[in-house]
Structures are given as C-alpha cells and as structure tokens.
Design a protein around this ligand. Sequence first.
Ligand SMILES: NC(=O)c1ccc[n+]([C@@H]2O[C@H](COP(=O)([O-])OP(=O)(O)OC[C@H]3O[C@@H](n4cnc5c(N)ncnc54)[C@H](O)[C@@H]3O)[C@@H](O)[C@H]2O)c1
Length: 310
Amino acid sequence: MPTIAIVGSGLIGRSWAIVFARGGWDVRLWDPSADTLESAPQLIREALEEFAAHGLVDDAATAARRVCVASSLPQAVEGVDLVQESGPEVLEVKRQIFTELDAAAPRHTILASSTSAIVASKFTEHLPGRERCLVAHPVNPPHLAPIVELCGAPWTSPQVIARAREIYESVEQAPITVNREIDGFVLNRLQVALLAEAFRLVGEGVVSPQDLDKTIAEGLGLRWSFMGPFQTIELNAPGGIRDYCNRYVAWFRRYMADLPSPAVWDEENIDRVIAAWGRTPTPEEVAARSLWRDKRLTALKAHKRAQPAT
Ligand SMILES: NC(=O)c1ccc[n+]([C@@H]2O[C@H](COP(=O)([O-])OP(=O)(O)OC[C@H]3O[C@@H](n4cnc5c(N)ncnc54)[C@H](O)[C@@H]3O)[C@@H](O)[C@H]2O)c1
C-alpha cells in the first residue's frame, strides 16, 4: 500500500490526509502539537463521512482507518513514498523541517511542501537530496478543491516532478506544472490581480463589496467553476481567441495604462473596504461559514463529477 507522511497536521495537513486516505493510501500524521495530533483523526473521519453522504467516497470508515498518528518525525517518514510538508509558512521553519526530512526519509521518497509563497530553492539548496524536493501548493481545502501547483527548484529532477504529477492525479487531484520558480506561483498571481482591482473598485466607491462579490458568484465564477479564462474567451467570439483579441484588446490596452497601484494595500484603503463590507465576523462565525462553504464545495464536486469533462 502506498504511504504518505503528513508533516504538520493543521488545516491543510488534515485536508491532505483526507485526499490520500480517500485515494486508498496509508496516511501517517505528524505534528509537534499533541492537541493537534489528538483531534486530527476525528476531524478527518467527520470530513470523510460528509464525503460519503455525497457519494464521493465508498467507505468512509475504511478510509478513516488508513490514517494513523506517528510518534515522531522519523517514525512518520519511515518507508513512505511521499511526504507532504504542511508546517508553518515561515522560511526558517521550512528549512529546518526539510533538513530533518531529507536526513530521515528514504532516498526514493518525494519531499513536497504545501507552501503558499516560498519557492523551494529557498529551503532546499543545502540538502544532499535536494533533487527530490518540490513545492506542491494546494488551495484550501485540498480535499474539496483539487488543484495542486507543482513547482521544482532549479535542481529538482524532472522525473520527480513527473512522478509527483502521477501521484496527485492518482488520488483525483488536478496537478499543474509551474515551469520555473516565480513569486506567488500561478494561482496566487491570478488571485492577487483580481483582488487588487476589487480593492481599487470598492475603495474608490465604484461598487459595493457585496455587489462586487455578486459579480463573481453570479457571473465570472459560474464559468470558472469548470473552465478557465482561455476556454472562456474562446467561446466569447465566433472566431475564437484571435477574434476575441481583435475585438477587445484596444480597451484592454487602455485599462493596462491605469492598473491598480500598490496604494490599494495602504491601511486607509483597507479601512475603507472593511467599512464598506460591514462588521467583522467572530471566529465562531468564520468557522460556521467555513463549514457552509465546504458543504457547498462538496455538492459542487459531486455535480462536477456527474458531468462530462468536455
Ligand atoms: N490555509 C490556507 O489557505 C493554505 C492554502 C494553501 C497552502 N497553505 C500552506 O500550507 C501550510 C500549512 O498551513 P495551514 O493553514 O495548515 O497552517 P496551520 O497553522 O493550520 O498548520 C500548521 C501546523 O504546523 C505545525 N507545526 C509547527 N511547527 C512545526 C514543525 N517544526 N514541523 C511540523 N509541523 C509544525 C503546527 O503545530 C500546525 O499544526 C503553510 O505553508 C501554508 O502556507 C495554506
């Protein structure tokens, strides 16, 4: 049975455990926090049961039994095929964890980091086994949003990237390959471009934040749940992408001369946006809304699975 070690079993680590247990892998969890390790198996079991209720996993109890807790990092990585590091987003901590992982894991083990924004070359350069290290960046929560951005350091072996791609596909994730290290990888660069325009439009009073959100939820986002911007524009002009560009790039060029400036992230603008949004939710409300989001994502996943892919 293939085995994965999840090193760092917080929000993202637990979600990875669900992905791999659902995909038939044995899962070993490790985390320096005893409380986190104690609560993780129950949280994972509950999520698998929710999945089973939507027909997305056949046997939640069997999947949950594949997850066990390790007593140390070396025990967690013993004989595993893949490590999914999901510790804190702090460069020094990533360097320390990868130093320990490279020393403890068997030579064939792939060492992947869930990091959102730190390129692998910053925390793997010093390692004897650096060719088996890469970033495998998920979106929160990976068990409901399958994208995984794979990005190696300049010294990561192409065979490791290819093997990682196969592994994530085999557990029904949707890996993409980022061909060179770039700040923010792909997903967050796209997200920041959209957020910058959103903060500009709301900060300047062009639209309320609620109506801006509606523009995505009831407009662009409907298509984006199953097709990307290139597929979208291909269908927005009878002659495809070239025709679309011929029709619209003159306006796009004018827009590019007036891009949102870094000032959209100044405190005053953030204050304006938050004031327009309304009250800040309590942590309990955030948790409740996150559960609601996950239920909707689960239903969307079931819907997408029932539809033809093309
Ligand atoms: N939360 C998100 O939306 C999101 C999305 C994509 C990627 N990520 C990335 O995933 C990683 C984990 O994020 P998270 O949201 O799960 O954070 P989290 O705080 O929920 O979990 C981090 C876990 O790491 C543990 N930890 C602390 N020191 C450690 C060490 N030395 N070794 C191993 N584990 C250690 C903590 O006890 C904690 O349980 C980060 O790199 C983050 O950037 C997060």
